[in-house]
Design a binder for this molecule. Structure first.
Ligand code: PMP
Length: 361
């Protein structure tokens, strides 16, 4: 089968040039006569790869020098589960804003370790918007304020950065990291899983301000302790070396696309194209998210006539458009249009949607 346009939410599309380069280098990496996944993570060849990966990630996001970068394991869930262990630093309370499935997951995990103050929630309106900061009720004694900057399932995204004063802002940016520039200095910690915009699953990233290190709960497993991992160049245990290598190729591909500013320009065009199709379908398709909070990465939508869902999925797949089934928590359809999904791919989806609506409208 020829390659499809892949709209999966994660694991998700990886840029084709990245896959092709990995294929070329698979049997003989940098003249070693072995693949990158067969060599020691402590040897010079791989430690050079790891250093480059960190430095390219820093360059893309403009990460200030007083922030540490770690590449760990345990997925996005693992990451939000270890935030309280690392960042409570002896405090008993943390503020969380609930904007959807993944914020709620983070709240559930954090509740095991501390009192969680839900400072704001959009649950009563089915997570269709981001509560504005004037409506948040932050506590004065919180160790940190946690947000999910892009809700992969509900399709809401922050296009503004909350102001939390001296209290560190912590963000799960799993599903929109590297889709546009981000002012890292406004955050205490940004983390996420790699399997949307960075590479394969099995890898996570943590960007953490260095003054927040050193206070992990004593029971924190050492491999999940930011400080211990930082002291060991995030190789306290064996990293997922192939995933790290693929992340590195993706970072180089991103730089060649004009970096994050270049990527953002295309991502804006893609989102306008797809939301435009939905909004101009005379109600055949529906997206219920507040316009200013609509995610540029994850676009959930419904067919007005839900009886057409199965046919929509069948015909779209036959047209080379894969991964459009919505998450069961929301239903309907979802198109994830991450960095590796081209404008051409979104145009093909929109052409299909328009033709489908014409046939069945
Ligand atoms: N946070 C967000 C925003 C996510 O989208 C996901 C997964 N889609 C997770 C956390 C959980 O990631 P994982 O499945 O890697 O644990």
């Amino acid at each position: 089968m020829s390659r499809v346009f892949n709209f999966s939410a994660g694991p998700a599309a990886i840029p084709e040039p990245v896959l092709k380069q990995a294929q070329v280098e698979l049997l003989d990496f940098r003249g070693t006569g072995m693949s990158v996944m067969e060599m020691s993570h402590r040897g010079k060849v791989f430690t050079d790869v790891a250093r480059e990966v960190v430095s390219d990630f820093r360059g893309l996001l403009g990460i200030p020098a007083n922030y540490k970068v770690l590449f760990l394991q345990g997925g996005g869930k693992g990451e939000f589960s270890i935030v309280p262990l690392n960042l409570l630093r002896g405090k008993k309370k943390a503020d969380y804003v609930n904007t959807g499935h993944w914020s709620a997951g983070a709240i559930k995990e954090a509740s095991k370790y501390c009192e969680v103050n839900v400072a704001a929630s959009s649950e009563v309106r089915k997570f269709t918007y981001i509560p504005r900061q004037q409506d948040w009720r932050l506590s004065s004694d919180a160790a940190y304020v946690h947000i999910c900057t892009n809700e992969t399932i509900h399709g809401v995204e922050y296009f503004w950065t909350p102001e939390t004063g001296q209290v560190p802002l912590v963000a799960d940016a799993s599903s929109h990291i590297l889709s546009r520039p981000m002012d890292v200095a406004r955050y205490g910690c940004i983390y996420g899983g790699a399997q949307k915009n960075i590479g394969p699953s099995g890898l996570t990233f943590v960007i953490v301000r260095e003054d927040l290190l050193g206070g992990a709960h004593p029971w924190t497993p050492s491999v999940f302790d930011y400080t211990q991992q930082d002291n060991n160049d995030w190789m306290l245990n064996t990293p997922p070396t192939f995933a790290v290598y693929l992340a590195g190729l993706t970072f180089k591909w991103l730089a060649a696309q004009g970096g994050l500013a270049g990527m953002e320009r295309v991502n804006v065009q893609k989102a306008e194209c797809l939301y435009g199709c939905i909004d101009n379908s005379a109600g055949f398709y529906l997206n219920t998210i507040a316009k200013e909070d609509r995610s540029r990465m994850n676009v959930p939508f419904f067919l007005k006539d839900e009886k057409l869902n199965a046919l929509f999925l069948e015909e779209s797949l036959a047209a080379g458009l894969a991964g459009l089934k919505g998450h069961k928590a929301v239903g309907g359809m979802r198109a994830s249009i991450y960095n590796a999904v081209s404008l051409e791919g979104v145009q093909a989806l929109v052409d299909f949607m328009n033709a489908f609506a014409k046939r069945h409208g």
